[in-house]
Structures are given as structure tokens and as C-alpha cells.
Design a protein around this ligand. Structure first.
Ligand SMILES: Cc1cc2nc3c(=O)[nH]c(=O)nc-3n(C[C@H](O)[C@H](O)[C@H](O)COP(=O)(O)OP(=O)(O)OC[C@H]3O[C@@H](n4cnc5c(N)ncnc54)[C@H](O)[C@@H]3O)c2cc1C
Length: 468
């Protein structure tokens, strides 16, 4: 059979669409196969965009309700859930329509079907047709996982999809989990007026961040009335006539919380089980995650994977970078560079927000890199004081001797924007001294970074072993 395509992309979300766009731009004959009823991918339809739309509404509501802190008398501020839901739908539809236009641009073929491998060079569509290609990219994303927690599978529970579709205000919700989606949506629910209890197995929320950073978010949640219980083991979940009850062990005692609804925010898993990957010789980890090398090649070198189906992180800009890298590598582009772990950027849209980039202190201690860290609290910073936004801090990490920026971590108002102060310096391997040569306007939130930078300009000169 003739090889019809240079590249067939299975899954037209963030990773898949961008891979197809790049490959077509390089003159390759490309097809994208997507089996979704609605095109757009997770980020646009049920991930980043709807969640951030709703979270922003809830943030404005929170500010209005606390207007007295700013000398304002604002009465009657409340969530109009139907209007909020309609606004979100409008925004998401516009983004999805744009993505559909991109997918239907004609630069590559778009095939609306599910696909599975029948051999290393062919996939079968839902109608039995077979498509052959020299290269494939698997970018089928992820789905909500239901871990073996006693009683969970048998109980009615919401996923993030359900929370993002709410057009009414739930009275009470128990949130299982303490990761990014759990924290962002727990605070959203609380701010629209729902009583929220979060139950988390690990010792602190948001384990990708330091305990110090997570502690600030936990304090803010407590101040807003969100109950957070960490270090738990769920013993039983049971459906009740008007809701659900969760029994769990905590500090040697059995506790119980009941609520109208249960939100399973325990995480996602790669959506790869329907692909017959074994027929193509593609190896996966036990949880279905496709194993890839630094060029996104799988164990079958002409088959690539990108995005949530291979991870290791569920972050859109990384899915895009992985897809683009795979497309270029498959096209034989020379001089490529693999993705750089030392540039990892992550943002969490709680309030206060979290942002981190580069290496964490714990990574550097493990790698025995000599570093110094300096931090500065928002509670002592002019702009944040006048904004009544005093939670959190900015921490900067730099290499001893050279003063090269190695990483930064922030918790605070707009930390998700402010962390980008470090994107370019990190990419350009700049030092604290380079950053201090730049102008910083007063009074801005951004200028807070000059305090830790000034401290580091002194301390990185000192030959201290193993950080401080
Ligand atoms: C609530 C929530 C909030 C989030 N917020 C953020 C955020 O703020 N920032 C951020 O960076 N990330 C965020 N994420 C994560 C982000 O959405 C994902 O990392 C990203 O969308 C993954 O893109 P992808 O291309 O790997 O997969 P997807 O976009 O899921 O695309 C996969 C596509 O594959 C198709 N498909 C699956 N199986 C088959 C098959 N067998 N045949 C054909 N087609 C198939 C699907 O129909 C789908 O269109 C969030 C996630 C959630 C759930």
C-alpha cells in the first residue's frame, strides 16, 4: 500500500494542532485525525480557558465583597451563575470556533474519526478505512482518573468538567485532592458561595511547589473559610439520600464530612488505552503514559508522542513545544534542541497565585549545585500594601560565584504574570547583575524583584557551599 502521508497526527488538541501546523509549514503532507464530537481540545473546551474565565469572575466578586478594605461601600455583590455560565460559553465558543477554522484551513487534511493502530505504519478509522504514513504523532491527551479510593467509583461524583458547567450555586462540596485543578476550582466554588472542604492525602497542597509556598495558599484558603485537611487516608465514600459522606483517617482519628456534592479532583491519566499501541510497538508506563525520548520519539522511532498522553507535565505550552519539536524532528530539520527542563515554567491561578520557573531549591540541593536564595515578602512592598494584597513572597535563586539566575518562586497577587519577569533572563542565562541594570518602574508589583536581586548581588559573591 502507498504511504499517503508524511505525518499523521492522532488528536488535534494543543499538541496535535501545533505539530500539524509546523509540519505543513515545512512542506510535509499531513493529516490530523480527531474523534471528538466538538473540536478544540482540553485547554479550550474544558481546561485552561473556561476555568480561568470563571476564576476571574469569582475574583472580581471577591474584591467587590471585600470593597470595605479599600474604602468602598458595595452592596449586593453576588454570583449570577446563569450569566457567568453564559459568559464562559460565549468565550469558549469563540476560541473553539477559531481553532476549528485553523484545523479546517486546508493546510492539512482533517479527518473526524477515532483511530487505532493496526500495524506500525497504519491506523484504522471508525469506518474501517486505513491510513498509512511514514511518521505518526500521538497526541490524544488525558482523561479524569478514578483511583481505587474505597467507595469512589460507586458514588456519584463531579469532575472538573461538571464544575466548569455549573449554572447554579451548589450548597456544599467535598473536594478530593489538593493539586492544581483541586485548588483552583475549590476556591472558585467557595467564592461563589459554596461551603467547601478539601481532603488531601499528602502532607501539603500543591506538591510541585515548596511547602512554604503551599502554606501561603492554605492560609489564604483558611481566611476565606475553605476547610483544608491534609495528611489523610480516605476510608469510605458513601452516597446518601441528599449527597455524599466521606470518612477519613486524620492524625489517628476517623473524621467524617458530608456535602451535597463530591468533586473528584484526584488527577488525570493519559488517554491511550483505545489506540492499540502494542500493534505499533509503542511502549507505555503502567498508567498508559507513552514513553518518549528527548525528541518525543516513542519506542517505535517513527512514532512520536506529545502533550498529556506522554507528559511528564500537563501544561499547555509544553504540549505545544513537544508537538512542534516532534514535527520538526520527523521532518529531518537539523540543529534542533530538546526541551530544556531548567526552564520549566508553571503558574497556578489560585488567589494568591503561584508561579515558579527554573530550578527549585530542592532540585539544586539534590544536584549539589552551589546556590544562594533570597526572598522578599509582599507585606512589606509598597504597591501590594496599597492594593491590600499582602499574602506571599518572591524568592530568587542564583548560582554562587556567577550570580546566574537559576530559578524563582512567587506566591502573591498576579504572581502568574510577575513570574515572567524571569522568563527572558533565564532563557538568556542572565545574572542578578544583568537584571539589576534593567529599569524598574515605581510603584509596581514587578519592582519587588529588585529586593531579592540586590541581596543576591552580594551573597552570590560569597563561596558558601550547598546554598543557604
Ligand atoms: C480544569 C483544567 C484546567 C487547566 N488549566 C490549565 C492552565 O491554566 N494552564 C495550562 O498550561 N494547562 C492547564 N490545563 C492542562 C491543559 O489543558 C492540558 O495540558 C492540555 O490541554 C493538553 O493538550 P493535549 O494536546 O495533550 O490534549 P488535548 O487537548 O486533550 O487533545 C487531545 C485530542 O485527542 C483526541 N483523541 C483522543 N483519543 C483519540 C483517538 N483514539 N482518535 C482520535 N482522536 C483522539 C481528543 O478528541 C482531543 O481532541 C488544565 C486542565 C484542566 C482539566
Amino acid at each position: 500500500m502507498k504511504r499517503a502521508y508524511d505525518l499523521v497526527v492522532i488528536g488535534g488538541g494543543s499538541a496535535g494542532y501545533n505539530a500539524a501546523r509546523v509540519a505543513a509549514g515545512l512542506g510535509r503532507r499531513v493529516a490530523v485525525i480527531d474523534g471528538a464530537r466538538q473540536l478544540g481540545g482540553l485547554c479550550i473546551l474544558r481546561g485552561c480557558m473556561p476555568s480561568k474565565t470563571l476564576i476571574y469572575s469569582a475574583q472580581v466578586l471577591h474584591l467587590a465583597r471585600n470593597g470595605a478594605d479599600l474604602g468602598l461601600r458595595i452592596t449586593g455583590a453576588a454570583a449570577d451563575m446563569r450569566a457567568m455560565h453564559a459568559r464562559k460559553r460565549r468565550i469558549v465558543s469563540a476560541f473553539a470556533d477559531h481553532r476549528v477554522r485553523q484545523l479546517e484551513s486546508g493546510d492539512f487534511d482533517l479527518i473526524r474519526s477515532r483511530a487505532r493502530f493496526v500495524d506500525p505504519h497504519a491506523v484504522e478509522l471508525g469506518d474501517g478505512r486505513r491510513i498509512r504514513a511514514a511518521h505518526f504523532l500521538v497526541s490524544t491527551g488525558s482523561r479524569v482518573s478514578v483511583p481505587p479510593v474505597p467507595g469512589l467509583a460507586a458514588s456519584p461524583f463531579w469532575t472538573s468538567d461538571d464544575v466548569l458547567e455549573l449554572d447554579f450555586k451548589p450548597r456544599s462540596v467535598v473536594v478530593l485532592g489538593g493539586g492544581i485543578v483541586a485548588c483552583e476550582l475549590a476556591q472558585f466554588l467557595s467564592r461563589i458561595g459554596t461551603r467547601v472542604c478539601m481532603i488531601q492525602r499528602g502532607p501539603h497542597l500543591l506538591r510541585e511547589y515548596s511547602e512554604e509556598a503551599a502554606g501561603v495558599v492554605r492560609q489564604a484558603f483558611a481566611d476565606e473559610g475553605i476547610e483544608v485537611v491534609t495528611g489523610t487516608q480516605v476510608m469510605a465514600i458513601a452516597a446518601q439520600p441528599n449527597g455524599v459522606s466521606v470518612a477519613f483517617r486524620h492524625r489517628g482519628r476517623t473524621l467524617r464530612r458530608r456535602a451535597d456534592h463530591l468533586f473528584n479532583a484526584l488527577g488525570r491519566e493519559p488517554d491511550t488505552s483505545g489506540l492499540s499501541l502494542q500493534a505499533a510497538g509503542v511502549r507505555t508506563a503502567p498508567n498508559g503514559r507513552i514513553l518518549t525520548n528527548r525528541w518525543q520519539q516513542t519506542s517505535a522511532p517513527h512514532i512520536y508522542a506529545a502533550g498529556d498522553c506522554c507528559g511528564p507535565r500537563e501544561i499547555v505550552h509544553i504540549a505545544v513545544q513537544q508537538g512542534e519539536l516532534a514535527a520538526r524532528h520527523a521532518a529531518g530539520v537539523k540543529g534542533l534542541k530538546p526541551l530544556d527542563d531548567s526552564m520549566l515554567l508553571s503558574v497556578i491561578f489560585t488567589d494568591p497565585q503561584l508561579g515558579r520557573i527554573g530550578w527549585r531549591e530542592s532540585d539544586l540541593l539534590e544536584r549539589r549545585v552551589g546556590f544562594a536564595a533570597a526572598s522578599y515578602p509582599f507585606s512589606d512592598h509598597g504597591k501590594s500594601i496599597l492594593m491590600e494584597a499582602s499574602y506571599g513572597y518572591v524568592k530568587v535563586i542564583a548560582e554562587l560565584g556567577s550570580g546566574r539566575i537559576l530559578g524563582a518562586e512567587m506566591v502573591g497577587n498576579d504572581a502568574g504574570e510577575l513570574i515572567h519577569c524571569f522568563s527572558t533572563p533565564l532563557a538568556m542565562r542572565a545574572t542578578v547583575h544583568d537584571m539589576l541594570r534593567a529599569p524598574w518602574y515605581h510603584p509596581t508589583l514587578s519592582e519587588i524583584v529588585t529586593y531579592p536581586l540586590e541581596e543576591l548581588a552580594e551573597t552570590t559573591r560569597m563561596p558558601v557551599a550547598g546554598g543557604r
